[in-house]
Design a protein around this ligand. Structure first.
Ligand code: DQA
Length: 145
């Protein structure tokens, strides 16, 4: 079984985008670290970024036919807006962890609500890129059981 990591809109700009909130690592750096951590446990980690809601929905649907056992998702701005992505995750019924680089609760009030958190296995927010690695560690452990 594999693990799918999904990154929402604007995360392709990581490294240069508001580094005070999102750190200096690029998305390629983060994806590579995740693939290496997965490989060390013999699990394929696939990563996908899109700025388009429909492409993320389609990728979630595809995951069901690919035998993805766990999803790690940073829905980025769609966290606060997207019933469609929420419904896609509920529809495929693949367990997922919600990750945010920044602590969304320490920021503007419109970032305090998430359409995902009540469906997620867990939520990590504010731990930067390490949040993805912690989420992957949990997923690898959960899939072993
Ligand atoms: C984010 C937080 C969101 O509020 C924001 O829209 C993002 C990134 C984070 O990783 O901290 O694009 O999900």
């Amino acid at each position: 079984s594999r693990i799918l990591v999904l990154h929402g809109p604007n995360l392709n700009l990581l490294g240069s985008r508001e580094p005070e909130h999102y750190g200096s690592q690029t998305l390629a750096d983060i994806d590579q670290a995740l693939k290496e951590q997965g490989a060390a446990s013999g699990v394929v980690v696939e990563t996908f970024q899109s700025n388009a809601e429909s492409k993320l929905v389609d990728r979630i649907h595809q995951a069901r036919t690919e035998g993805v056992g766990f999803i790690i998702i940073n829905p980025a701005a769609y966290t606060h807006t997207s019933v469609a992505l929420r419904d896609a995750l509920a529809g495929v019924a693949i367990p997922f962890i919600e990750v945010h680089l920044s602590n969304v609760h320490a920021r503007e009030s419109f970032r305090h609500h998430s359409y995902f958190s009540d469906l997620a296995v867990g939520v990590i927010s504010g731990l930067g890129a390490m949040g993805y690695l912690f989420a992957l560690g949990y997923a690898l452990n959960a899939m072993e059981e």
